[in-house]
Every structure is written in structure tokens, then in C-alpha cells.
Write a protein that binds this ligand. Structure first.
Ligand code: SF4
Length: 948
């Protein structure tokens, strides 16, 4: 044990550094941690810090951070990991500590701004938060009073919270929640929902025997750092890793079996593995018999057969017989022997298969939701569902506390979010919003964008530009953002919102087999309060007048309904001070005291309130392990009463074996025991999915885990004609969508996105690394540099997203370190053309580092040249693009040139619209009742005739 040393300003710290390092400051010294000032070297100057935990906001993993706040200056010296956070366990990726860059960024927006002049001219005036609140509240009040609820929309990019704005929108009674999920992960979510009624997988990597990844999950995946550390733990413990990815990623470099599949063929390869298990009787029979809806599957697919499990097994053998390794080789280009070897590894997983897909193949391809479904099929076949080392449902490992005073569901349905053409869309059809607006399906009066840069991040960005600048389509655009972005340029208000150390949020993610909750906090505010200073609103503690959404929404809602007559104000009255507006501290105090099991008791042991405990530690472990919760007995039916035929009165068992309590299905009978089961109508894992048949997709390719040919199947791409596949779905690990542009350390590491090209293709086209290449898409083209590498399959070009930022003026808007100054031209015929005037440049600012910027290339904005591809089932944008021509750039082409014809944009949208099979059903049902949607409306709104 290291001897405890009490520090004074005169203490010589050298013995500590030479004799005993520790990873983190001991908890009992967080209130007064002392370190030498590194900048004062060689002088030994001690600085005193109060350490305040918060949560990183630079991806959705919600890792813990510890802010070192100087007690004298209140300056944040640095961010390190929070060692008591159960998900990240004190570790971070490069993006966590780079929060320091974001808060110190000399280009950040410090005050609320209101547009003057025309939209997009770039003229702004500083206004007060009071003016902002009054103006926007008045506009929303008027829209609601005039029954124009559907003209209000909140569109979120990076949420970074668990449900807070949803509660606000419900209190307003509007169906206004829009997200970025259909350009992110909606297809994978669809596949998981169809199996088990859950949203996403939660693999238990650390305890796995086999880890099966689709994409570069280890280096950039969802829950990146928490998952990466557990994947490596699993590997160290002997787990075998299988990765499907056409690109030689860093993840592949840690992989035992790399299957470089042609994009879109993943489901064929996964089914070949499944078929290997099925034909060789290597699946977990008893698990399948108990937990898969095999009776319903047989009845639907072999109505003449006897309903016996053995018959179901025969049917499985028939249905998948053609998915041989040889067939998978033909589709994927991966040798049959390699696929078979991977299947043998899966067969040997002993119920410990941790598998994961989130974006990548699911998000790239038409029918990508079948990638998730076929992947989870392997979990079902091997019985690796919710087991130690297996794959759980996210809802088992994510903790979602209830807030105080939950408003009722809204009695509205907004067809700009979920139109009838996509009754099964897993999330809102967000990326088609400009297409809907431009074809006059509706208009918006108040449009909030929040940490969201739709013009830049979505495909077909010029359509966004057309919609955003049109005041007849969008009456008032309010950009809630920590940083400048291309879309905020077309806003009416630009409202600065805090980074991770400047705001409150609750976060919980399914990083492993337990459950935890973490508290994001404005760290300077907390430090000030620790020192006895009173702070009413977080903008008093943040730089300039940077605020936080939580307080903004509270104050805005209070002003929408000044006298309480609209029924909104009551949802914001303090539970502790009746009649007064709740404070953000009271909001979280209520949750911590009433909604997090075990937290008040843990706090009491330390003599703290629940809120004080969370302010001190920033996180709390709610459940250490939560394996196979679907096997739990229905509460109240744990005893043998069920087998004896006598059950309490409030329960019934119907003819399907489902257990009902007070008329609601709460479980099902499995071998004479009442079990909780899954969140599907049958309460089982749904192999055959009746919902697909009921909603117009009765073919086997849709009702079963199956293989759908992608829009970029080799049949559709003729390399001999110069066509190739453009894979735009990977990310360099140090990038954060649009916000990395304000982190100098990250941009110094990654700032360019050349096209990856195999030497065979480069030779055919006549290119060497750093040559300019012209890539023609369905709606236009872009010009960029090429990187010739064997790390990508022939026939495919790959390009990282998250780069290619641009600005229209040299001295305002986006950060000059990370964006190119461009000339944007709109032509008469609906075409747009962008040419870069210059790239990044060194410049003088309050940060001496900005004069040391050495790079010019900031990459190319490829997404704006992509046509929209809405999947007809999941609604997901299918990101992969057919490159119609890939050639050496001509003498008139320049790096960063972009051209798009928006007439072609609209045509592409209509081509994909034609693939849909629209609802509603005969009774007016818009969407299956059991399929959730974000901010679920009142059940009446699911029916067309009854909705408002
Ligand atoms: S993995 Fe995500 S949350 Fe964790 S430190 Fe990196 S960016 Fe932050």
C-alpha cells in the first residue's frame, strides 16, 4: 500500500512520481487534488483542483470524464477518465480528453444570435436569452392554439440524453420528435425488433468464446471505448474473433477470421453459417424448442404438417438447404472454405457468441435489416441469447429511470415524420424531410435542430439547402448547437449549447451485462457551488452565455403557457415548491431519490443525499449482472400453483399459452412454468414474423431471416464499364461527426478522407496515390484524392465520412482550421456547383496553436453527392452508392469540386418511393401496434380515421 501523503504548497512531489504511480487520484482527495503546474516547469508550482465527474458527449458511449477544475481560477485544466464509472472504468478514447479543445475553441459561439438580413447571408446580432425565450415561446403558443401542432418539429442529431426533450414535447402535446436514426442504425434496429421486440444488441464481449462483428466495431463502433476494452478482454481470455468487412480495418487486424465480403452479401454468408449448424444438427435444440415461435412458424409455412418440433427442424433444413458455403462464396467473393471455418468456430461457441451489428452492412444496403436478423439467428441457433458471453437485448442492460410527472402521450400523428408509405419504418423518415417539404406535403413553423447539421450529414444535402433557406417551408429555424455548422448558417436563431462539461444529462448505455446510470454535469457550476457560490442558470458558469438544453426547455415551456391555461405549465411545476418552475437540480434530485433503486441507500451510507452522491461520483451501478431475464418467472406466479392448475385470480392463461394479468399479456407458459419471455406479440423469439406478412411482405425473403439482394449487388455494377461500389460508411476513430471540427488535437490527427482504391483498379484507371479522382454518382460527382491500398477489395472504393467541412466566408462561420472556403454556385437548371477556394489555414487567435496549423487538405464532402435510398421496410437510408464512373480527374477538375443536379435528386427519391408497400391496413391502422416508435403517440393516433 502506498503511504498517504498530505500535500501542502511546499510539498515536494518527486517521491510520488518516482516511487509509486497510481492510475487515478484517490476518491478522498477529489475535493482538493494537488498537482504541479506542467506549464510552470522547471519551477515547481502546485495547483489545487476540485475534481468534478461528468460524461463525455463525443459519441453515444457516455464514458465517464473527470474534470480538473482549478480552485483559484475555475479554469478546466484537463479531462481524464472517471475511474468509478461502470461502463468506461476510467478509460477514454482520444475524443474524451479532446473535450478540452472544444470548450477552449476560439471560434465557438458564445452568445445567442438572431439573424438579420436574408437567410444565409451570414449577418447576425447578439440577443438576450430573455428575448429568445419570449419570441420562440410566443410562436409555439400560437401554433398550438391554432391547432398547427404538426408545424413544430424538434430534430436531433447527437441526443446525449435519455428522454428529456421527449418529455417536454409530450407536455406540449405535439408529435414533433425527429431524429437522425434513419441515416444511422434504423435497419439494424428493425432486424432486432423483428426477432425479439428490442432495439439493439448488447453483447457480453468480455465473457464470450466467439465474437462475431460486422464492421470495424473494435475501433469505432457504437459504445466504442467500453466495447473495445471488453472485446480485448475477451480475446485475451481466448475468444475467437470473426469480422466481416471488405476493408482492412484496425478491427480486422485483431481478428482471427477475416471475411472481406462484398457489401450486401453479409446475410448470405451468415445464412451459410446458420445452415452449417442446421444441416449438421449443431444447434441448441432445447433452447429453440422453448423460446422460438416454431409452432406459429410451422402453421404459417407448412400448414399441412403436424405441429411438432421435429417437423419444424425438418422445415429448417429445407428452407436453408441452398445456403451453402459455395453459394455464399458466389455472392460474397469469400472462399467457401473460409466461411466454413468461421461456421465451425461459431458452432463451438458453447452458448457464448457475442455478436454485433449496428450501422455498416445494415445501414449500407437495401434490405440491410436482414443482416441484423441473420446475425442474431446465429445467437438463437447457438442458444447465446442473454447468456454469460452471449448477446442480450439492450433493454436488459440499459437503465431508464422515470422522471417526475410524466405527461400523457400526444394525440397527434405527424406524417412529415412517419408517412403512410413506410408503415414499418423503425424511426422517422428524417432524411426525406426536404423532399417532403419541397413536394408540399406540409410545412414547418418552428424547426429546432439540435447538435444536428442536416445539410452536411444527410445524403442529398442540396435538397436540405433548398428547404432550409425557404421561409415559406420553414418559418423559423432554431439551431441549438455548441459549434458553427453548415446548416446553422441557414438558421434564424443560433443558440449556443454546452459541451459535455457544460450541461446536465442522464445517460445509460448497454455497455456490458450490467446496468448503470451516469450524470453529465456543468463542471464549473458544480465547482462554484462547492465553493459556496450561488448559480441560478448554467450560462452564468459557462463561457460567454453558453447554456444547456435542460434549463432552456424548462424556461421555454414555462413561457409557452404563462397562466397554465394550456395544461403545459403543470408539467414543469416543482414537486418541492408547488406553483414554481422546477429547477434542473430538483428535476434530477427527484429521479435520484425516487427512480434509481439502491441509490438513496448507497448515498445514505456515505451521509449524502442521492443528488449529492451523483454530483460527487457521476455514476451509479444499478445492477451488476443481468443475464437471461426472459427466463424469469412472471412475478406472482413463481410457485407450483401454475402446474397444479390453480393460479391467482388476476391472472389468466389463454389458448396460445400466454399469461395475462388484468387482461395484459405479461408472459407465457414454457414447460409448465410462467416465464416473462420477450417483447413480441408471441412473447417468443419470432423466427417467422407474422407482422411482415400482415403488412404486405408475405414472401419468405421478408417473413424469415433471409437474404435480400442489395441495390449494390454485383449484378448491378459493371466494372468493365467503369462502374464501382462506393462504400461511405466507415469513420476514422478520432472523428465526431461535425463536432471534431472544433477539436484541434483530433483534426491534427485526421483531417483528410481520400478514396481507398485497390491497386488493380488504380492501374486500370491510371492512378497513383494522391492523384485526383472523379467519382460520378447517381445525382452528380465529386473530385478527391486517391489512396492506393490493398486494404480494400477490388471493385470497391471506400471513403470515410465526417470530413469535407466547408464555409462560405473567410472570417465567420466554421472553424478555419477544419473547413475549406468555398464558392457555392446555383445554376438556373437546378444544378449546384461547389469549388474550394482554399483549404485550412493558420490564423491568429487567442489560441497560439491556430497560428501553427500546418495542413490544408480538409477532405471532401461526399454525402452531398449521394442520392437518397430509403429502404422500403425499415425506412433506413441505404448508404452505399453505385459509382457510375470512376476516372482520373480532368484538367479542369480541382480537389473538392462537387456538382449535383437536384432534378436527379428528386427522381432518385421517387424511384425508391416506388419500392414501398404503403399502409394503412383496412381498419385504418397506420403501423403495427406492437412496434414502438420514438415518442409513441396515444393509441388513437395509430388509426388514420381517429388521428389529429
Ligand atoms: S468512446 Fe465516446 S464517450 Fe467514450 S471517450 Fe470516446 S468519444 Fe467519449
Amino acid at each position: 500500500m502506498q503511504e498517504k501523503i498530505t500535500l501542502t504548497d511546499e510539498t515536494d512531489l518527486s517521491p510520488i512520481t518516482s516511487e509509486g504511480l497510481s492510475n487515478y487520484p484517490p476518491l478522498d482527495q477529489w475535493d482538493d487534488w494537488v498537482e504541479y503546474d506542467s506549464k510552470a516547469w522547471p519551477k515547481k508550482v502546485l495547483r489545487h483542483y476540485t475534481l468534478v465527474p461528468t460524461v463525455c458527449f463525443n459519441c453515444e458511449s457516455a464514458c465517464g470524464l473527470l474534470a480538473y477544475v482549478d480552485k483559484e481560477t475555475l479554469e478546466i485544466q484537463k479531462f481524464e477518465g472517471n475511474p468509478v464509472h461502470p461502463g468506461s472504468r476510467g478509460r477514454n478514447c482520444a475524443k474524451g480528453p479532446a473535450t478540452k479543445n472544444q470548450i477552449d475553441d476560439p471560434e465557438r459561439i458564445l452568445y445567442p444570435l438572431k439573424r438579420v438580413g436574408k437567410r444565409g447571408e451570414g449577418e447576425w446580432q447578439r440577443v438576450s436569452w430573455d428575448q429568445v425565450l419570449d419570441d420562440i415561446a410566443g410562436r409555439i403558443r400560437k401554433a398550438i392554439q391554432q391547432d398547427r401542432h404538426n408545424e413544430i418539429m424538434y430534430h436531433v442529431g447527437r441526443p446525449g440524453h435519455d428522454g428529456y426533450p421527449g418529455r417536454v414535447l409530450k407536455s406540449w402535446g405535439v408529435d414533433a420528435h425527429n431524429s437522425h436514426t434513419n441515416i444511422c442504425s434504423a435497419s439494424a434496429r428493425t432486424g432486432y425488433a423483428l426477432w425479439g421486440g428490442f432495439d439493439r444488441p448488447s453483447p457480453d464481449y468480455a465473457n464470450a468464446r466467439v465474437i462475431l462483428l460486422i464492421s470495424s466495431h473494435l475501433e469505432t463502433g457504437h459504445y466504442f471505448n467500453p466495447h473495445a476494452q471488453r472485446i480485448i478482454e475477451g480475446k485475451v481470455d481466448g475468444a475467437k474473433i470473426i469480422t466481416l468487412d471488405p476493408r482492412l480495418s484496425n478491427t480486422v487486424s485483431h481478428t482471427h477470421h477475416w471475411l472481406p465480403t462484398w457489401p450486401g452479401s453479409e446475410a448470405a454468408v451468415l445464412l451459410a453459417m446458420a445452415n452449417y449448424l442446421i444441416q449438421n444438427d449443431l444447434y441448441e435444440r432445447d433452447f429453440m424448442r422453448r423460446w422460438v415461435n416454431w409452432e406459429d412458424s410451422l402453421r404459417a409455412l407448412r400448414p399441412d404438417w403436424e405441429v411438432k418440433f421435429e417437423k419444424f427442424e425438418s422445415m429448417l433444413k429445407e428452407v436453408y438447404v441452398d445456403f451453402t458455403p459455395e453459394f455464399a462464396e458466389q455472392e460474397s467473393g469469400v472462399a467457401a472454405e473460409k466461411i466454413k471455418a468461421a461456421a465451425q468456430v461459431v458452432a463451438d461457441c458453447q452458448g457464448r457468441l457475442a455478436s454485433h451489428v449496428w450501422r455498416s452492412a445494415s445501414s449500407g444496403n437495401l434490405g440491410g435489416w436482414q443482416v441484423a436478423r441473420t446475425l442474431f439467428f446465429l445467437n438463437v441457433l447457438t442458444g447465446s441469447v442473454g447468456t454469460r458471453g452471449g448477446t442480450s437485448a439492450n433493454s436488459w442492460n440499459k437503465f431508464s429511470p422515470k422522471p417526475f410527472n410524466v405527461p400523457p402521450a400526444q394525440k397527434k400523428w405527424n406524417e412529415l415524420l412517419l408517412p403512410q408509405e413506410w408503415p414499418l419504418a423503425h424511426y422517422e423518415m428524417s432524411f426525406l424531410l426536404p423532399h417532403f417539404l419541397l413536394e408540399k406535403r406540409g410545412k414547418l413553423d418552428v424547426y429546432f435542430t439540435r447538435v444536428y447539421n442536416p445539410l452536411w450529414i444527410n445524403p442529398d444535402g442540396f435538397m436540405w439547402l433548398k428547404a432550409l433557406r425557404d421561409e415559406n417551408l420553414i418559418g423559423c429555424h432554431i439551431a441549438l448547437t455548441p459549434t458553427w455548422n453548415e446548416s446553422a448558417w441557414y438558421a434564424d436563431y443560433v443558440l449556443p449549447m454546452g459541451h459535455s462539461s457544460e450541461r446536465h444529462d442522464l445517460m445509460s448505455q448497454e455497455t456490458h451485462a450490467g446496468q448503470w446510470i451516469a450524470f453529465r454535469q456543468p463542471v464549473r457550476r458544480v465547482a462554484m457551488e462547492r465553493m459556496g457560490q450561488k448559480v441560478e442558470f448554467s450560462y452564468e458558469a459557462n463561457p460567454g452565455q453558453v447554456w444547456e438544453e435542460d434549463e432552456f426547455w424548462l424556461q421555454l415551456s414555462w413561457r409557452i403557457d404563462p397562466d397554465g391555461s394550456m395544461g403545459i405549465r403543470k408539467h414543469f411545476e416543482s414537486p418541492y415548491r408547488p406553483g414554481e418552475c422546477i429547477t434542473v437540480a430538483e428535476y434530477y434530485r427527484w429521479i435520484f431519490e425516487n427512480s434509481v433503486p439502491g441509490l438513496p441507500e448507497a448515498a445514505a451510507k456515505e451521509g449524502l443525499t442521492a443528488l449529492a452522491y451523483m454530483r460527487k461520483y457521476g455514476s451509479f451501478e444499478v445492477v451488476k449482472e443481468n443475464y437471461t431475464p426472459y427466463q424469469n418467472n412472471v412475478v406472482g406466479l413463481e410457485s407450483l400453483q401454475v402446474t397444479n392448475g390453480s393460479i391467482p385470480k388476476s391472472y389468466t392463461i389463454n389458448e396460445k399459452g400466454q399469461v395475462l394479468k388484468d387482461g395484459q399479456v405479461v408472459g407465457l407458459m414454457i414447460d409448465d412454468e410462467a416465464k416473462v419471455g420477450f417483447n413480441t406479440p408471441s412473447r417468443k423469439l419470432e423466427f417467422y414474423q407474422p407482422t411482415m406478412a400482415d403488412w404486405g411482405w408475405p414472401e419468405l425473403e421478408y417473413t424469415l431471416p433471409h437474404y435480400l439482394k442489395s441495390h449494390v449487388h454485383p449484378d448491378n455494377i459493371d466494372i468493365t464499364k467503369g462502374e464501382m461500389l462506393l462504400l461511405p460508411t466507415f469513420r476514422l476513430p478520432t472523428l465526431i461527426h461535425t463536432r471534431s471540427a472544433n477539436a484541434k488535437w483530433l483534426y491534427e490527427i485526421s483531417h483528410r478522407n481520400p478514396v481507398w482504391m485497390h491497386p488493380q483498379d488504380a492501374q486500370r484507371i491510371g492512378l497513383v496515390s494522391n492523384d485526383l479522382v472523379k467519382v460520378e454518382t447517381e445525382i452528380g460527382y465529386f473530385v478527391t484524392k486517391v489512396w492506393v491500398t490493398e486494404g480494400i477489395r477490388p471493385g470497391i472504393i471506400a471513403m470515410s465520412h465526417h470530413l469535407g467541412r466547408w464555409r462560405l466566408f473567410d472570417n465567420k462561420g466554421l472553424n478555419p482550421m477544419s473547413s475549406a472556403l468555398v464558392d457555392l454556385n446555383e445554376l438556373e437548371n437546378g444544378e449546384f456547383f461547389i469549388r474550394q477556394i482554399h483549404g485550412a489555414r493558420a490564423y491568429e487567435s487567442s489560441d497560439p496553436d491556430t497560428s501553427r496549423i500546418w495542413w490544408q487538405d480538409v477532405g471532401v464532402h461526399q454525402n452531398i453527392t449521394h442520392a437518397v435510398h430509403p429502404d422500403p421496410v425499415s425506412g433506413m437510408h441505404c448508404w452505399h452508392q453505385k459509382a457510375f464512373n470512376v476516372t482520373k480527374a480532368g484538367p479542369d477538375d480541382r480537389n473538392g469540386d462537387i456538382k449535383v443536379d437536384t432534378n436527379k435528386s428528386m427522381a432518385a427519391y421517387h424511384n425508391w418511393l416506388a419500392k414501398t408497400r404503403p399502409g394503412p391496413q383496412a381498419d385504418g391502422l397506420r403501423r403495427p401496434l406492437w412496434l414502438n416508435r420514438p415518442l409513441r403517440p396515444d393509441i388513437s393516433q395509430y388509426y388514420l380515421a381517429k388521428s389529429g
